[in-house]
Design a protein around this ligand. Sequence first.
Ligand code: AMP
Length: 420
Amino acid sequence: MSFNSLGLSQALLKAISKKGYTTPSPIQEKAIPLILEGYDVLASAQTGTGKTAGFTLPLLHVLSENPKEKFRPIRALILTPTRELAAQVYANVKEYSEFLDLRSAVIFGGVNQKPQAATIRQGIDVLVATPGRLLDLQNQGLLSLKRVEILVLDEADRMLDMGFLRDIERIIKMMPTKRQNLMFSATFSHDIKKLAQGILREPVMVEATPENSTVDAINQKIYRVSKGKKSGLAIKLISDGNWKQVLMFTRTKHGANKLCKNLVSANISSAAIHGNKSQAARTKALAGFKSGDVRVLVATDIAARGLDIPLLPHVINFEIPNIPEDYVHRIGRTGRAGASGEAISLVSADETSYLKDIEKLLGFRIESDIMEGFEPDPNAPTEPEKRQQRQGRNSSKNHTNSRSSGGNNSRRRQNNKRRG
Ligand code: AMP
C-alpha cells in the first residue's frame, strides 16, 4: 500500500515524501482513513510504530479542509504525558504541516511560559501540550479550548501512570462536547478502558502490529550477575563490543545517576535522563546521544517513554522493570524500522520474580548466561527490592517509581478487534 491511497491531500503527501517515507506503517494504514472519516479512534500503539504520523497527518488534513478564521482559535489539542514527547510530537506537526496554511505551538512546564503564551496569543490551529502547563495557562486566561474540534490523547496509559487523570478530566470539561477524539495507548488496563468510555464516542479500535512480533525480531539475552558487579559487567560489554550508542535502563532516578557516574569514571561518555533533571539538561542529554557525543543514555522508564531515537542497536536493562510491559517497551527500541537490535538484561537474584513475570508475558524463556568474573552472588536475597523495602531493609527514597508492581503486573495488551 502507498500513502497515495489513504486520502491525504497533496500538501501532506509532499511532506511525507520529503520525510522519506514510502509506505504507511500498519497503524497509519488503519488509523488514517478512519480519522479522515471522522470516527473516534482508540488505538493500541507504542512508540516506534509510526503512531505520531498516524494521528498527525489526518488531523492536519481535516483542519486544512475546514474553513479557517482570521483569528485562529485552537482547533486541535494533542495532550502528551512528558515534555520530551510533546517536543517530538510538535516537531512532527511542524514537518508534516510545512506545505499547509496551519499554525502550531507546543507548551510544557519547566521553561518560561511567556514565549508560549505569546505564540498562542497570535492564533494557532494545533496545540501540543502537557496537562500541567496547559491548565496553568488556561487558569491565567491565556488560552481557550472552547473551539477544539479534535482531541488527541497520546500515550494515555502513561498519562494515567503519571497521575494526570484529574487534569485530563478538567481539560475535557473546557472543550465543546462535539469533537473528534483520538486516544493512543500502549496498554489497555481497566483504567484506560474507563477513561476511553468517558471520552470517546463509539470508537473504532485499531491495533498496531502485535508486540510479540517486534519482540521476536530482537536478540534478547540475560546475564545473571551479582548486584554489586552490574556496573563492571555493563562497562565490559560496552567496551569489549565497542558499542557506540547504548540506551540503558534503571528502575530509579538515583540508580540512573549512580550508573552514569560509574560509566563516566570508566571513560564511557554518559548522560542520565529522568524526572529530576531540568528540561534543559534532558534536552542536552538527548541531543548529545543522538549526535553521538554521548555514548550511553541512562534512563528511567517514565523519562524514556516516547523518546524518538531511531535504529538503536543496543539496549541494556541495568535493572529489569517490575512492570513486565515496560520490558517490552524498553527492548522495542532496538527493533525499530525493521532493523535488528540486541537487548541485554543484567539480572541479580532479587529480580528473579520480575524476570518470571516478564517471561510469562513473552511466553518464552530468555536465553541466560553468566560472564566469567561477574558471577551471581549465591547468598544474595531473592526477594524483590520492594518487598525488602517493606521489611525495612532499604530506604524508600531511592525508589521513585511510584507505580505498585502488584496491580500493574497483570496488565496485558488487549487484542482489540477493528470494528466497522
Ligand atoms: P513514532 O512511533 O510516531 O514515534 O515513530 C517512530 C519513527 O518512525 C519516527 O522516527 C518516525 O519518523 C518514523 N516513521 C513514521 N512513519 C513512518 C513511515 N511510514 N515510514 C518510515 N518511517 C516512519
